[in-house]
Design a protein around this ligand. Structure first.
Ligand SMILES: [Zn+2]
Length: 141
């Protein structure tokens, strides 16, 4: 099931281009009781990231819901508030992340914010497929 929903997040992330640039095209799916209740993708710079886009489309309780996102949620406040903090405040049951963000401001810090908030985090789901699509848009050393 995790792969199926991550594949959906990967598919919708393609809608983010080209408007999202220079931010990476990320997709997010919120699943409650086996059903997708909201989807999001990265909007124009200064507007919603994928996670915030999806969270804005579902106002309900997330305590029995899982959030799938293709890239580690941002830990830092840039043009928009931190997605990791926004997710943490909504308290989903689990956050499933495909790949970590190579941006030096992130690199696991987004995962840590969620784990410190007591939220179960899983990483690496469909990582090969997501890497093929996303790696050229990520921070390069
Ligand atoms: Zn973000």
């Amino acid at each position: 099931m995790d792969k199926k929903f991550m594949a959906r997040a990967l598919l919708i992330s393609q809608k983010a281009l080209p408007d999202c640039q220079p931010n990476p095209p990320v997709g997010c799916v919120i699943v409650c009781d086996g059903e997708i209740v909201a989807e999001g993708y990265t909007r124009k710079p200064g507007e919603y990231h994928a996670e915030a886009d999806a969270l804005s489309r579902f106002a309900g309780d997330l305590s029995e819901c899982d959030v799938y996102v293709t890239l580690e949620p941002c830990s830092f406040t840039g043009r928009t508030p931190s997605c990791a903090k926004a997710l943490a405040s909504r308290r989903p049951r689990r956050v499933i992340v495909s790949i970590l963000d190579s941006d030096p401001r992130n690199q696991g810090a987004g995962i840590q914010i969620l784990q410190c908030a007591g939220i179960a985090v899983e990483t690496g789901i469909l990582a090969d497929d997501v890497n093929i699509w996303l790696s050229s848009y990520l921070y390069q050393c």
